[in-house]
Design a protein around this ligand. Structure first.
Ligand SMILES: Nc1ncnc2c1ncn2[C@@H]1O[C@H](COP(=O)(O)OP(=O)(O)OP(=O)(O)O)[C@@H](O)[C@H]1O
Ligand SMILES: [Mg+2]
Length: 504
């Protein structure tokens, strides 16, 4: 350790002003670990150096001195000195860190920790994604707090996704958590775990989502057309199985209402639609994927509108917009979907990790894919009523955990509120804190933050935690891979600056 200064008067049990020796000015860098040795009382404190300032007794900006009239005076000498303060983390005692209750005595010596071996403190083992920027001390994160949720925030390119990758690897190797990653770009995680990837374009879509997508893409007024399109979608599905010669054998599974089931009579498509078991239908659609075709869909659209008493003009309009605005590519994208969301969960359980590649999907279906998998996890919890020790990783989370993110937002919100009881945690990575729904933000208990995208993000962060003197300007000076850790997983009681390990 290197002696750099001494404690000035005015210390409290959580903060001590430091006068820095002139010859050690270059050694006093903000965010370094400092040991304050109160030798009179035999107490050693650990803290972090913050807010280093340089002063001169006569060159005060608000006082008019003779330097103003005689600029050359400054050449005959000045008397500058540096100060800072130590944000106290705790008292070092018997290898542990205890709460600091006494302010350090003025005159106590302040030492910079230059090497991890100099610190006689041992932390409980945990997840290590990097080490303290200056001392190199590894900061183990307590995995107990995974189900209390975490956020990784920082401007574009600060290294959020790499940090999350390090967290995933640590969770996989050191805990019994299952990890489900939602890769928004398909570029951040897919390449690291090629054997564990599931394409979201294989996840079966329910008739409701297909209906909504048709309505949105065609621009047909949902108030008027929703029932027509939903009916057409259901007709299409039943007609597909009928043409494949499967409908009869599938009918008992498809009927929800027991009396209808028990009667055993053969049903028309309309009757069947009236008592359909949608949960079972989705399972069937994953087992025997429906092939979608534009021309055949138009036929079903025609049938649906007419059967519901729609007019000729309504039929024409729907068919034309299907041709013009949906085209074959839309119907191709609905086909070949052979995975039920429960299959994704099962695969995750089996191999401990699954990366859902969302990149090929439209935004609406990305959100659907995420929501359907998360809802499936909740179904599993409701059934088993036991902890499921699973962590969801959502990168570019402002697309899924926002106020207007629909089903996905609701699924993440529920997880953030109730997940802790069932060992279900979520890690959100985003550039924009402000776009995360406040309900969700309030339940994020560990924060990793770096240089931020906008000043308003700094204000947001400040609203969530005691930043212990970290200023906006010190955040903006951070380099790539440099993140503060704050909150429950941080073993220290003040935010600490780490350099994330190399993630190639
Ligand atoms: N821990 C790391 N190890 C090695 N390289 C890193 C690390 N962190 C960041 N980088 C470098 O910085 C680049 C950006 O990192 P990353 O993609 O993780 O940033 P990001 O914050 O997720 O950015 P975006 O907001 O664009 O998603 C990487 O391509 C890599 O070159
Ligand atoms: Mg990223």
């Amino acid at each position: 350790m290197k002696l750099i200064g001494l404690v000035a008067s005015g210390a409290s049990s959580f903060q001590a002003p430091i006068i820095i020796y002139d010859q050690n000015e270059v050694d006093a860098k903000e965010e370094q670990f400092i040991v304050v040795s109160d030798y009179k009382r035999g107490i050693n404190y650990l803290g972090v150096l913050r807010n280093v300032r340089r002063y001169e007794p006569f060159l005060q900006p608000y006082k008019r001195t003779s330097y103003v009239d005689n600029p050359s005076l400054v050449d005959s000498g000045t008397l500058p000195h540096s100060t800072g303060y130590v944000s106290i983390v705790g008292v070092i005692s018997g290898g542990a860190l205890l709460e600091s209750t006494l302010p350090p005595n003025p005159g106590s010596k302040a030492y910079v920790v230059e090497d991890p071996s100099e610190l006689k403190v041992s932390f409980e083992s945990g997840l290590t994604i990097g080490s303290h920027k200056y001392s190199g001390l590894e900061i183990p994160l307590n995995p107990l707090w995974i189900p209390y949720h975490a956020a990784v925030v920082g401007a574009t390119g600060t290294g959020k996704s790499r940090l999350v990758k390090a967290l995933i690897d640590e969770a996989l190797s050191k805990t019994n958590y299952t990890v489900i990653v939602f890769d928004h770009t398909g570029m951040d995680y897919v390449k690291y775990y090629p054997g564990e990837v599931i394409e979201a374009s294989r996840i079966v879509m329910d008739p409701d989502l297909i209906t909504n997508m048709v309505l949105r893409k065609t621009g047909l007024n949902p108030q008027y057309y929703e029932s027509y399109v939903l009916m057409a979608v259901l007709y299409y599905i039943l007609d597909y199985y009928n043409r494949a010669g499967e409908l009869q054998s599938l009918t008992p599974r498809l009927i929800k209402d027991q009396p209808v089931k028990a009667s055993g009579k053969s049903l028309t498509a309309e009757e069947l639609i009236g008592s359909i078991d949608y949960g079972e239908l989705l399972k069937i659609m994953a087992e025997q994927p429906v092939e979608w075709n534009r021309c055949l869909f138009k036929q079903q659209l025609d049938k649906a509108v007419r059967s519901l008493g729609g007019r000729e003009g309504t039929v024409m309009r729907a068919k034309i917009l299907t041709d013009v605005r949906l085209g074959d590519s839309f119907f191709n994208s609905l086909s070949k979907r052979d995975l039920h969301p429960a299959d994704v969960v099962a695969k995750a359980r089996e191999s401990k990790l699954v990366v859902v590649d969302l990149s090929t999907e439209a935004m609406e279906s990305r959100r659907y894919a995420l929501a359907s998998v998360v809802n499936e996890l909740w179904r599993a919890i409701e059934e088993a009523r036991t902890s499921i020790n699973t962590v969801l990783v959502i990168d570019e989370a402002h697309n899924y955990a926002c106020r207007y993110c629909g089903e996905a937002g609701e699924a993440v919100s529920r997880t953030s509120r109730e997940g802790r009881k069932w060992g279900l945690g979520v890690i959100l990575a985003t550039q924009r804190i402000i776009d995360i729904d406040t309900d969700i933000r309030n339940n994020l208990n560990t924060w990793f933050f770096s240089k931020l995208q906008t000043p308003s993000d700094y204000e947001e962060l400040r609203g969530y935690m005691d930043l212990a003197g970290i200023s906006e300007s010190s955040l903006s000076a951070l380099g790539k891979r440099e993140f503060y850790i704050a909150g429950l997983m941080n073993p220290l009681r003040v935010p600490v600056l780490i350099k994330v390990r190399e993630v190639a």
